[in-house]
Structure formats: structure tokens, C-alpha cells
Design a protein around this ligand. Sequence first.
Ligand SMILES: [Mg+2]
Length: 305
Amino acid sequence: MQEGWEVFASDKPDVDSSWKDYDFILLDYSMPKRTGLDVLKALKEQDVNVPVIFLTGHGNEIIASEAIKQGAFDYVVKDTQLLYLERLPNVLREAKSKYELIETNRFLIQELRRANERLQTESYTDEMTGIHNYRFMRRQIEVEIQRAIRYEKPMSLCLIDIDHFKDINDRFGHPAGDLVLKELARILKDATRTVDYVGRYAGDEFLILFPNTELGAAVRLAERIRSMVADHPFVSEGQTIHVSLCVGVTDFDPKKRNTSESLIVAADKCLYQAKKDGRNRVHSKLRLISSESNKRDAAASAQQA
Ligand SMILES: [Mg+2]
């Protein structure tokens, strides 16, 4: 053929993966053993993504449109004087540049999609620990609050703080501090269920969101995490670092219509109490309420006395 095209003709009815190596496939509808539409189907099945130019006789435009529907790139109507052969190089040239443009677009769209996904993941991930960041957690807490309201389900939240983290940095160095943060993040992920959300709040503080979980169950999970970490040796450059945690646990209160901020504030109050009581402990909303009412009772009876 003219114009530097190299042409390979085949009368084999079966498609194989070597068909992928061609720039174009010219496919006739009328063939001895199977129709061009059969071959089109076979190409799709074999994952041969080479553009197909379909050749069809006069009056067979319905077949041509069917071929386009089934994935042919373009079609050429044959005539008995074989004039279509002269048109063919032009058709191929146009099809080639159109196809290349489509492929380039497809590639660019894919790249854009990947870049967007990367950006989305990055904007919701804590760089150092690889768990969710605060931005993600705050958004997810709001989502779970809406779910809790709509389905009248419980949800709990805990705020975790490493005891004396500054001392760890001062004594063992910042790389050791970073190691503790990363390893703790991993422990928290391993200790929670796949439905829970683990994120870094700030510095040495972490958040765990327990959807569809009563306060009591969340406290038990928090207690298990606290004791696991207390028993876990963090090893940095041959030195063993002992880490303990304070955890504040609270739950969603439908009467108060909590927001993500108010829930975190409530968990932080419990956390503060845990620190005040001597660290390495879990404090929950329930204990806070009961200890506050105990204090009130004590004050009241002191006044009465
Ligand atoms: Mg701390």
C-alpha cells in the first residue's frame, strides 16, 4: 500500500494476542468462516485494543452502525469499482490522528484522576504516622453524628495523650519520640476494629472514633489499649522506652446535639481528669459525672454538718 503503510493480510478466523501489535485492523464484514462482527467480539474478548476500521458493502449501513456500537473505530463502505481503496489511506490517516488524540486524552484524564486521588489521600493523612489527620477525623465525626441522629445509634470517641511525652523526647531524642508516635499509631490501628477511625489529633494526642458503640464498650476498648501500650516495649537504638497513656472517653448525647468540637472538648475534660488522677489511666464521661456528683454530695453534706 502507498504512504508507507505496512500491510499484513490474514484469512485466519481466530483472533490471537499478536493482533495487539498492529496500528489498525481493517475488518471486512463478509468472510468465509465468520462475520466481521464475530471477529470484533473476539477482539474485545481477547483484550485487543487496536482501532478497527470496518469494511462493509453498499446498503449494509445497519451492519456498519452495529459494528460501531460494538467498538469499531470507523467504517468504510465498499463499492464494486473499488474506488474506496483510494479513499482508504485518507480514512486511515484521519483515524490515526483521531485515535491518538483520544488515547492522549484518556491518558491525561487517568493521570488527573490519579493526581486527584493522591491529593485527596494526602490531605486526609497524617504525614508522619500514616493514619488519618485531624481534618479527616473532624469531618468523619460529623458524618457519624448525623448517622447517630438519623438511626438513633450510639457513638463514642476517645482522646488519647502520651504521658510525659516531652520527657521521652528530652531523654531519648526526637527520633525516638517520632518512633513512639509511629509505633503507637500502628498499635492503635491494630487494636481497633476496621469500622473504627484512628487519627492523630495534634502532637502526642490521638483520636479514636467508635461508630455504633456504647460508652461502656468504648471504655473497655480504651482500657485494653491503655494496658497494651503500658506493657509494650518501644525500642529505639537498643534502648527500651516505656510509654503510658491517658485516655478520655465520651459518647454522643442526642439531647445535647453534640458537634465534633463539643465531643472533643468533652473527651478532653475526661483526659484532663485522668492526668490529674495520676496518669496511665482511662477516664470516661460516666466517671466524670459520678465523681462530680460525689463532690457535690460531699460538699452538700459538709454544709449540712
Ligand atoms: Mg502528652
